[in-house]
Write a protein that binds this ligand. Structure first.
Ligand code: SAH
Length: 222
């Protein structure tokens, strides 16, 4: 093992200890985050900062969510090993790798073509074969692969896309940041029930905008 990778291992262990102190308690999440090499999802120049608890730029105006946010989404998703999940907003591919490391089958959609290509290649190179990335508008979901045990959006929308709730199995959960006007962006969990669905608020959030047919509209070309 090289000195550099040993240093990364130490920093990763400390990151996981911090997450536990900050209230992340699902052992499956903590164990997965102790294994995924976060630095491998960042541009070369930022790799030294991989284990800081902060979002980091990944190009194209997008960011990799901070470790706490990644852990929180995975924990709220609450899907058992071997479950099938949909992720909206692949970005760097890091969250998808964490979910794959938890033993889940991950279908991930990214609206930015180049990010989708890079995330897909990176996940394959690192051996995360349980994660599949597609370039598309994730607000439509992925009907061909439905129903999902859980759906997580790593970008925040103006309202809950009903089409995503329809792609959950009964009892499945959609975890999504939603703009609540004066209350700001909130992390919302929608559970599909036989009567329709049930919503819970899980506190303030600050994710990048979800842009698409059932999200925010893209700015017109200048
Ligand atoms: N999970 C990522 C976080 C990336 S930030 C990671 O671990 O790195 C959120 C991502 O959502 C951005 O890459 C953005 O391009 C993407 N996004 C925004 N709206 C989207 C949509 N409608 N469909 C798919 N991806 C979208």
């Amino acid at each position: 093992m090289t000195t550099a990778s040993r240093a990364a291992d130490d920093r990763r262990r400390r990151m996981v200890e911090r997450l536990a102190e900050q209230g992340i308690s699902d052992p499956a999440v903590l164990e997965a985050m102790a294994r995924v090499p976060r630095e491998a999802f960042l541009p070369e120049a930022l790799r030294g900062r991989a284990y800081e608890d902060t979002p980091l730029p990944i190009g194209h105006g997008q960011t990799m969510s901070q470790p706490w946010a990644v852990a929180r989404l995975a924990e709220l998703l609450a899907v058992e090993r071997r479950g099938k999940v949909l992720e909206i907003g692949s970005g760097s591919g890091y969250q998808a790798a964490v979910l794959a490391e938890m033993g889940l089958r991950v279908f991930s959609i990214e609206r930015h073509a180049q990010l989708a290509r890079e995330a897909s290649a990176r996940l394959r190179a690192l051996g995360y074969l349980a994660a599949t990335v597609k370039h598309f508008d994730g607000t439509y979901g992925w009907a061909a692969m439905a129903p999902f045990d859980g759906i997580v959006s790593t970008a925040g929308g103006p309202e809950i896309p009903g089409v995503l709730v329809q792609q959950l199995r009964l009892g499945g959960r959609l975890v999504i940041p939603i703009d609540r006007g004066r209350a700001g962006q909130r992390l919302v969990v929608v559970t599909r029930t036989s009567a329709g669905s049930r919503e819970e608020d899980h506190g303030p959030a600050s994710f990048v905008p979800l842009i698409g047919r059932y999200g925010f509209r893209p700015a017109p070309p200048a």
